[in-house]
Design a protein around this ligand. Structure first.
Ligand code: RIB
Length: 288
């Protein structure tokens, strides 16, 4: 079983400050660091570090030496990452004293993925494999179509939410949402998500934990109480940790427990992908 992850790769420029700037205000950041991120890439790193067999499908700028340098330490299979005549996607991330964040992304190469690229990337995929997608590339609709033509199962991380999401959510096997995205889905479709027994939801509630709801059944996990340094990429880490186990046939309880511990470790360090822990560290944390 392989998890193919069709998703964004960003260079994250992270600025820390006491308070976010007000409209029209100019302020100096206290620190600035450049990291690798993108919801897609973060999820691939989490899947890989959780023990899944993962193939990232995406795109970066051809000749972008910085992104190649940042990608190298993660040891991911990059054969399906296209080199395009576009800038690599990037994110401007503000982190305030409460470690809340504000993020603006520029899609660049993430927005120029072709159907032909996805077809070639999924050439060896089959019904036992999963395709995972988020909403930071242009490729979700044809990604879904190509995956279905192969008999694959499909999971969608509904971030960032936009008007294309509700229809796509109804066509996949698993959706991952936070509370706000869930409210947007309910507003768009009417009624409670709990009545959608035809769908499977992984819902994250931040410090209040997470819940898996499917076919009228619900499983919950509490969040670990830890000192938070940076929540950027925490949702991506939770999903990757969950998916690595769920897709491999582990119980939902086991998948939730691993994901919760993985995210609890990830938020204790600065950065997105660089802060994602390895499997052994997660298992040690769980042992206490
Ligand atoms: O989910 C966190 C990610 O969102 C960051 O790494 C940033 O690149 C944006 O995609």
């Amino acid at each position: 079983m392989t998890v193919y992850n069709l998703g964004s790769i960003n260079i994250d420029h992270v600025y820390t400050m006491e308070d976010f700037p007000r409209p029209g205000q100019t302020l100096s950041a206290d620190t600035m660091v450049t990291n690798l991120g993108g919801k897609g890439l973060n999820i691939s790193v989490a899947l890989s570090r959780a023990g899944a067999d993962v193939r990232h499908i995406g795109a970066v700028g051809a000749g972008d030496a910085q992104v190649q340098t940042l990608l190298a330490p993660f040891g991911l299979d990059l054969d399906r990452v296209a080199l395009l005549d576009q800038p690599t996607g990037h994110a401007i991330i503000y982190l305030d004293a409460n470690r809340e964040n504000q993020i603006v992304i520029y899609p660049g190469a993430n927005g120029a993925i072709t159907r032909g690229h996805v077809e070639a990337a999924l050439a060896d995929a089959g019904p036992s494999d999963w395709l995972v997608m988020q909403n930071e590339t242009n490729a979700n609709q044809f990604g879904l179509e190509v995956a279905r033509s192969k008999g694959m199962k499909v999971a969608l991380v509904v971030a960032p939410f936009d008007e294309t999401m509700p229809a796509l959510m109804e066509q996949v096997d698993l959706v991952s949402v936070n509370e706000e995205e869930l409210r947007d889905f309910e507003a768009a479709t009417g009624g409670s998500f709990r009545d959608r027994t035809d769908m499977s939801f992984l819902v994250t509630y931040g410090a209040e934990g997470a819940e898996f709801v499917s076919g009228g059944e619900s499983h919950r996990v509490a969040a670990h109480k830890v000192e938070v340094a940076d929540t950027t990429g925490a949702g991506d880490t939770f999903f990757g940790g969950f998916m690595a186990h769920y897709a491999n046939g582990s119980s939902v309880e086991e998948a939730l427990s691993f994901a919760s511990a993985m995210a609890a470790l990830q938020v204790q360090s600065m950065g997105a992908a660089v802060a994602i822990p390895h499997r052994d560290a997660v298992l040690n944390f769980l042992k206490g």
